[in-house]
Design a binder for this molecule. Structure first.
Ligand SMILES: C[S@@+](CC[C@H](N)C(=O)[O-])C[C@H]1O[C@@H](n2cnc3c(N)ncnc32)[C@H](O)[C@@H]1O
Length: 206
């Protein structure tokens, strides 16, 4: 029988190897979940893949809120991805911002990054429309960078939202209160280009 006699260094090395194996195992599970969800969303549910909003779109969104809705308190971001825009809004406006993201992996990363933001922001994992359906909360502002089809559904929840800011995608049968042209760039979906633009819809006229 072969016996291994390990000194202290050997034991530490074994612990380290075990830790690496556990880490690798968790990583493989999360990556698999991510790929399954990603392909399910793109090819079955036809969801827009993750494209983070550009800095200029984010800056114009904050300017719009500061200028026209300074008294707003409760903001929701529908389809928040890794939460970059949610945290940017929370930092710049100091308001309560909730991001809803339906891909578990993105929501998980976002929740971790939220810890380091130290503002009134949070991420919820779930479908944005199911969330709006169930919630008892009312939102002063809803923001979405969701894609041309999903954007059409948002006016269905206008009793829960005062102002809706859509990044790049218009609601087709609704005239926006205001549009803001960013001046350059576009979101490309398939072979269609959507120039960078903010579409503002005021659902509740105070
Ligand atoms: C274009 S990305 C925008 C990411 C982020 N909002 C930003 O501006 O950087 C759209 C995100 O919305 C998510 N999404 C799409 N449909 C959704 C739905 N019905 N409910 C929740 N999230 C959704 C996607 O998974 C993706 O992460």
């Amino acid at each position: 029988m072969i016996q291994f006699i390990l000194d202290k260094k050997g034991e530490i090395l074994i612990y380290f190897i075990w830790l690496c194996i556990i880490f690798l195992f968790i990583f493989i599970i999360f990556t698999t979940i991510q790929f399954v969800e990603y392909f399910y969303c793109i090819f079955i549910k036809k969801q827009v893949p993750l494209v983070a909003s550009c800095k200029k779109l984010r800056r114009f969104t904050v300017n719009e809120i500061q200028k026209h809705y300074p008294d707003s308190k409760n903001i929701i971001e529908l389809g928040s991805g890794f939460g970059g825009l949610t945290r940017y809004l929370a930092r710049k406006t100091n308001k309560k911002v909730t991001g809803i993201e339906n891909i578990a992996w993105y929501a998980f990363v976002s929740k971790i990054l939220d810890i380091f933001c130290f503002k009134k922001n949070s991420t919820v994992h779930g479908d944005a429309f199911e969330y709006l359906e169930k919630t008892k909360e009312h939102f002063d502002i809803a923001i979405a960078y969701l894609g041309p089809q999903a954007t059409q559904k948002i006016p269905e929840y206008k009793d829960k939202i005062d102002v809706f800011i859509s990044l790049d995608f218009p609601v087709l049968n609704l005239k926006p209160t205001r549009t803001i042209d960013i001046g350059y760039g576009a979101t490309i979906i398939g072979n269609k280009k959507y120039p960078h633009k903010l579409y503002i819809y005021k659902f509740k006229h105070k």
